[in-house]
Ligand binder design. Structure first.
Ligand code: CUO
Length: 589
């Protein structure tokens, strides 16, 4: 395993500077379909562009299909100087995640091998200069300000620290690698994973819910869905990021731009009217309760097939009719400032999964997408008493307390901003070292801020059993953001929600939330009695470890108006008010 782990680093480390754009050569043409090499080296790769994603899928499916690890490794070495760099990075990662003989291998974090997608170009320039001068430095004596992409004149800038969080963006990138919409080939079939469509909906809905909590905490309204495309997009965004080599800037999107048809590929334009047509067909399906397949057969709309249709993935019930609304929206929003490509722009951050979350329009677009799922759920019957009740089990009390702080008020959790240092010297697209004397191992450190919380523990008293949270979580909840060194072979490593973002930031005076706990019947919840789980990523090559609908019991309409009236009807539920207090920035020692 160790030698494979070392191989992985060598696949990504110190990538050659962009060679002149060239065709991929006879070797690749022999083994891969003729569409390989359409995207030349040095061009910007976007997984939301249909043709780019297809090309990348051909490469990763080929690499996954190779029988021996040695053959796989040899092909990676051959492909490296030939493929478009973005496709190379994506396809190699995909193959490593999905090959049976690389299970448990840790991929280097995307922010280390591709830091230009995570740190502003000013920060990277500064970091490299300092590294060359001082050999081993942390940028400046003070942390490089993380809030460096805008000013307080922009209301959305209040949450730039959250949207631009390095590990949040890394999480989103990695999740899409684990759940690629192009699927992976198995035998003669191309497949998505167990409940992939539902998980697409759920994971993004959770992101929006968390972002909404942060918005309320800084005095902003919840996210408005981007639903009326003939009106201007009020929010602008300037990411201050460059592409892999630092040669092209991701486009800034000024406020009040309009969505426009894309003619960047004149053979395959993406039209706003086409997007609207497909969206209306999805609405028809949700409202009538059935999809029409290619042969006109009707099939019931379920949350999983709806996710597949909306994204859309290779499991879509009918791509011709339902299009690729989600993906095309990303693509059009990325191209909004240069829709016919006349300025050869790299496009906006919405075009890449490692950068999209930075832009306020990401959340507006995803809330629009999410509303299709909400509409579908509103058409379902509310849960019955039997669905929700658990006979003979009563939750007597729920408490939560901070464990490692002087501030240990009952039911008050605490958050803070703190420093976080990243070594970006593994940048696979690092410029050639201008100083031949400098050691290749010289760290290039960037210091940024991140939100974090004081540790806390739950004490849940359930009759007839009495379990601590530690005992409970191993039974069912699993833990997001698997920590370093805990990657098990049956997991998608490092795939969860970042642990430091587990709590919303809250407010200085304490922001009120309800803590809800529900006891359910494990023998009904578990698809095969596995007692483990990772709620955002599922388990590798296994069924998702909870057979309930994602979001249960809040995913369907309920008759109760408040959480209190809901929980008091069921002894197996409990809710209690808690507060989250933000305690400010704590500089590292
Ligand atoms: Cu994750 Cu739109 O699916 O970014």
């Amino acid at each position: 395993m160790n030698s494979k782990q070392n191989d992985v680093l060598s696949f990504f480390d110190n990538f050659e500077a962009a060679a002149p754009a060239s065709a991929p050569g006879a070797f690749i043409r022999e083994v891969l379909p003729p569409n390989i090499g359409r995207l030349a080296r040095g061009e910007h790769f976007s997984v939301f562009k249909r043709e780019h994603a297809k090309e990348a899928a051909s490469v990763y499916n080929y690499l996954i299909s190779l029988d021996s690890y040695d053959d796989f490794k040899a092909k990676v070495v051959k492909f490296r100087p030939l493929l478009n760099e973005g496709i190379y990075m994506y396809a190699i990662s995909m193959a490593l995640l999905h090959r049976a003989d690389t299970v448990g291998i840790l991929l280097p974090p995307s922010w280390q091998i591709n830091p230009k997608s995570y740190f502003t170009s000013e920060t990277i320039l500064h970091a490299k200069r300092e590294a060359h001068c001082r050999q081993d430095v942390t940028v400046g004596s003070k942390p490089v300000p993380f809030f460096s992409t805008g000013t307080v004149r922009d209301a959305e800038f209040k949450l730039a620290w959250w949207r631009e969080d390095v590990m949040l963006n890394g999480h989103h990138y990695h999740w899409h690698e684990v759940y690629p919409y192009e699927g992976t080939e198995k035998g003669n079939k191309t497949e998505t994973k167990d409940r992939q469509g539902e998980l697409f909906y759920y994971m993004h809905q959770q992101m929006i819910a968390r972002y909404d909590a942060e918005r309320l905490g800084v005095g902003l309204m919840r996210v408005e869905p981007y639903v009326n495309w003939s009106r201007p997009i009020q929010e602008g965004y300037n990411p201050h990021l460059t592409d892999y080599y630092g040669s092209k800037r991701f486009s800034a999107r000024p406020a009040n731009m309009f969505l426009a048809d894309s003619w960047q590929d004149p053979q395959k334009p993406v039209l706003v009217s086409e997007l609207m047509y497909h969206y209306n067909r999805l609405l028809d399906a949700v409202n009538t309760g059935h999809f029409k397949k290619v042969d006109n057969e009707k099939i019931e709309v379920e949350i999983d097939s709806l996710g597949a249709a909306v994204e859309s993935s290779c499991s879509s019930p009918n791509k011709a009719l339902y299009g690729s609304v989600h993906n095309d929206g990303h693509d059009l929003l990325a191209q909004v400032t240069d829709p016919d490509g006349r300025y050869k722009s790299a496009g906006g951050v919405m075009g890449a999964t490692e950068t999209a979350v930075r832009d306020p329009i990401f959340f507006r677009w995803h809330k629009f997408i999410d509303n299709l799922f909400v509409l579908h759920k509103l058409n379902l019957k509310s849960y019955t008493h039997e669905d929700l009740n658990l006979d003979g089990v009563t939750i007597h009390s729920v408490r939560v307390n901070v464990t490692n702080s002087e501030n240990c008020e009952e039911s008050v959790l605490t958050t803070r901003m703190e420093d976080f240092t990243v070594d970006i010297s593994h940048d696979m697209f690092l410029d050639p070292d201008p100083d031949p004397q400098a050691s290749p191992n010289t760290p290039v450190n960037v210091k940024v801020k991140k939100i974090n919380h004081d540790h806390f523990e739950y004490k849940i008293v359930i009759k007839p059993i009495d379990l601590t949270y530690d005992q409970l979580k191993n039974r069912k909840f699993g833990k997001e953001g698997e920590g370093e060194g805990t990657c098990l072979a049956d997991r998608y490593c490092e795939c969860g929600w970042p642990e430091h973002m587990l709590l919303p930031r809250g407010t200085e005076s304490g922001m009120q939330f309800d803590l809800f706990v529900m006891a359910t019947d494990w023998s009904l919840d578990s698809p095969d009695n596995l007692d483990r789980g990772t709620s955002y990523c599922g388990l590798k090559d296994e069924k998702y470890p909870d057979s309930r609908s994602m979001g249960f019991p809040f995913d369907r309409e309920m008759e109760d108006e408040t959480i209190d009236t809901f929980t008091t009807r069921f002894p197996n539920m409990y809710s209690t008010p808690i507060k989250i207090k933000y305690t400010g920035y704590k500089a590292s020692q």
